[in-house]
Design a binder for this molecule. Structure first.
Ligand SMILES: [Cu+2]
Length: 176
């Protein structure tokens, strides 16, 4: 016979986990802890930690007018949503960014990540971001969300200026 765990005991750890959020991205559904399956200790995965933001690093290829750019890339704990948060942009300008499949140190990100490697080089099979600044503004943010977690092959996010020149790169956190 299974031993019943009082519901209150199950709620306490969840409350502790949600109390230490605060990044604004800690909204992914968490796997329920059942405690009822005799084999749960063999199959349970560790609780998901919110991914730390990755800092964008300016690239040597960034043109003179773009060298104030900085910012960060945030991946949701369930790896389905990725947010770029940029400051120091030119005003009234357009930028592009993509998820790439190599690290920043490896060919500055290499090619774009394709979710289906044999599929299209357009969204949604690739993850593209369009960022615009209005006149007088120097910040922009964009989020892309997919139904499936980002695959392990997703290694970096690269920001380009409107001409396509790579200006900044951030390595993405590896899946745990
Ligand atoms: Cu790119």
């Amino acid at each position: 016979m299974f031993r019943r765990v009082p519901p209150l005991l199950l709620l306490i750890p969840l409350a502790l986990v949600s109390a230490c959020g605060g990044s604004g991205t800690d909204t992914a559904p968490r796997a329920a802890v059942t405690g009822l399956s005799p084999s749960s200790s063999a199959t349970a995965s560790p609780p998901e930690e919110p991914s730390a933001p990755s800092a964008l690093r300016l690239l040597d290829s960034a043109p003179a007018g773009e060298r104030a750019l900085s910012g960060q890339v945030l991946l949701s704990p369930d790896r389905t949503s990725i947010t770029l948060d940029l400051v120091g942009l030119q005003s009234a300008a357009t930028y592009m960014a993509h998820v790439h499949e190599q690290t920043c140190a490896d060919g500055v990100g290499g090619p774009h990540l394709k979710l289906d490697p044999a599929g299209s080089s357009k969204p949604p099979n690739e993850i593209h971001f369009m960022l615009h600044t209005a006149a007088g503004e120097t910040k922009a943010a964009a989020t892309e969300t997919r139904t499936q977690p980002l695959p392990d092959r997703a290694r970096s996010a690269v920001v380009h200026d409107a001409a396509g020149t790579k200006i900044a790169c951030a390595d993405l956190p590896s899946p745990s």
